[in-house]
Every structure is written in structure tokens, then in C-alpha cells.
Write a protein of this length. Structure first.
Length: 89
């Protein structure tokens, strides 16, 4: 996780394909709010179960995360954060 000069947060998955710098939130407050929603969703609503029998993200989970967890973020940041949280970068 990195903070840019304008306060936005970005991430990059190293060792997996081409290196990309993906903005995941416009500021620290927005990131922390989304992270709190992720914890509520993952540990509360889903009880930690988001993978199918093949250890892939279960159908429908990515859409739920995008809307329930990342819904308050700008579209690009929301998609980037959902990919980051689900490991689908």
C-alpha cells in the first residue's frame, strides 16, 4: 500500500504478472471505511467463506464485494479495491 502526493492510496501485487500501481481509495479515511465494511462482510455476513470447492472466489462474491464493501468509492477505485481484497488482481 502506498500513499500518493495527493493523498490517494494505491496497491500493487508484486511477483504476479506485470507490475501495476492501482489506486484503491481517494484518501486514507475512505480506505479505512471500506476496510471496516470488508471486515463486517467477510467475518460477519460471510463467516469467512468466500471461496468455492475449487478455492476460487465463489460466484456472486465479487459483485457483492464491489457493491457492499466498495460501493462508496469512485468506480475505478472500487474495482481496484475489490480485486485487491479478493486477490483477483
Amino acid at each position: 500500500m502506498s500513499i500518493s502526493h495527493d493523498g490517494g492510496l494505491a496497491c500493487s501485487m508484486h511477483g504476479q504478472g506485470a507490475w501495476r500501481y492501482n489506486v484503491v481509495a481517494p484518501d486514507l479515511g475512505a480506505f479505512l471505511a471500506a476496510l471496516a465494511r470488508w471486515i463486517d462482510y467477510y467475518r460477519g455476513e460471510r463467516s469467512g467463506r468466500i471461496l468455492d470447492a475449487d478455492f476460487e472466489v465463489a460466484p456472486g462474491i465479487a459483485d457483492e464485494v464491489l457493491h457492499k464493501v466498495c460501493g462508496g468509492l469512485p468506480e475505478t477505485e472500487a474495482r481496484n479495491l475489490a480485486d485487491f481484497l479478493l486477490g483477483t488482481v
